[in-house]
Design a protein around this ligand. Structure first.
Ligand code: A2P
Length: 329
């Protein structure tokens, strides 16, 4: 495969290169793309250096598949041009996720929704990916009625500027602010832009994308997105109301069978998922699994995953692998 990575110099683009290499994706030719200001810069892949080129130059090279993580406006402009040239695009930005004709995919959950004719496939938001990985088997078995989620999102979810602000604040330096307030020693109940109803764009993404991936409008969802001073991994506290009664053992057994999901739940040994033990891993981790006795068929979960890996790069590469394995390319 000729594989283009659009945004190859960025935070997620760099992890995409790493994951392509780790998974031994059959890359015959790597085509790294970034903005005009990075032309000629080098990126490393499998021990070799590759020069960064422009999106237009990349199209001339006729890539088979392009992984995009270069922001929504780049994606809106360039993804259709790559697609027109016969290249399958997997896009990590928010540009195409709400488009009715574009599939929003987490392979373990709804890989089957990909059709051969899909030329652009959207990669969901990081918080949505780890949420649906954990709730999919529960929804399939017990039909979720209502879901309340509070996130504890790391600064790498805001790109390099988020990491820079946290690190600068930790060593007392002034920095360009990625957030409207300090993030070190602080917690911001604010991710994305505020909308008219006082929810934020990130909260809206969680609602919309979860329903689209699970292919239902019938789940009530209420979300609060919070930014915390952690570099990598988003954590989520999730309260579920199920339509059917459940036996805890059976429910945990379904979670254990879900590919890509690891149950880490030994309260007696203080074992539960945390950013410190989930960073740089491709799996999603779930723990603190408890019945919520305040409602009928209620459940609490704590979900952690590396937002740059399963939340972005790994999921995109898995979609590419799925296309290959199912002869959709
Ligand atoms: P560059 O490094 O030249 O700015 P991040 O998500 O870490 O901010 O990274 C964004 C990525 O998207 C970077 O690789 C950036 O390249 C790339 N990018 C930004 N604008 C464009 C564009 N117009 N065309 C191609 N790549 C772009």
């Amino acid at each position: 495969m000729k594989v283009a990575v659009v945004g190859a110099t960025g935070l997620v683009g760099q992890v995409m290169l790493k994951v392509l290499e780790e998974r031994n994706f059959p890359v015959k030719e790597l085509i790294p793309v970034a903005s005009e200001r990075s032309i000629g810069k080098k990126v490393s892949f499998k021990g070799s250096e590759y020069s960064v080129i422009t999106a237009q130059q990349a199209i001339y090279k006729q890539p088979d598949i392009a992984l995009f993580s270069a922001g929504a406006s780049t994606s809106l402009k360039w993804a259709p041009k790559f697609a027109e040239a016969g290249c399958k695009v997997i896009d990590n930005s928010s540009a195409w996720r709400t488009n009715k004709n574009i599939q929003l995919i987490v392979p373990e959950v709804n890989g089957k929704a990909i059709r051969k004719e899909d030329m652009i496939i959207a990669n969901p938001n990081c918080s949505t990916i780890q949420l649906v990985m954990a709730i999919f088997p529960i929804h399939r078995d017990y039909s979720i009625k209502r879901l309340i989620i509070s996130t504890y999102q790391s600064v790498s979810g805001s790109g390099i500027n988020g990491i820079q602000q946290l690190n600068d604040e930790r060593c007392g330096k002034n920095s360009k602010l990625a957030y409207p307030h300090c993030i070190d020693k602080n917690v911001l109940p604010h991710g994305g832009d505020f909308l008219q109803d006082n929810y934020t764009s990130e909260e809206e993404k969680l609602k919309f994308e979860t329903r689209k991936i699970l292919n239902t409008q019938n789940i009530g969802i209420s979300a609060t997105v919070v930014r915390v001073p952690v570099q990598d991994c988003h954590s989520e506290s999730v309260n579920l109301e199920l339509s059917k009664a459940f036996k805890m053992e059976q429910l945990i057994s379904s979670l254990n069978k879900m590919p890509g999901l690891i149950v880490k739940d030994e309260p007696e040994n203080n074992i539960y998922p945390m950013p410190a033990n989930c960073a740089d891993k491709d799996d999603v981790f779930v723990g603190r699994i408890r019945r919520d006795d305040s409602i009928e068929s209620g459940l609490n979960l704590w979900i952690v995953a590396d937002n740059l890996r399963k939340g972005a790069a790994t999921n995109a590469v898995q979609i590419a692998q799925y296309l290959l394995e199912h002869k959709l390319i």
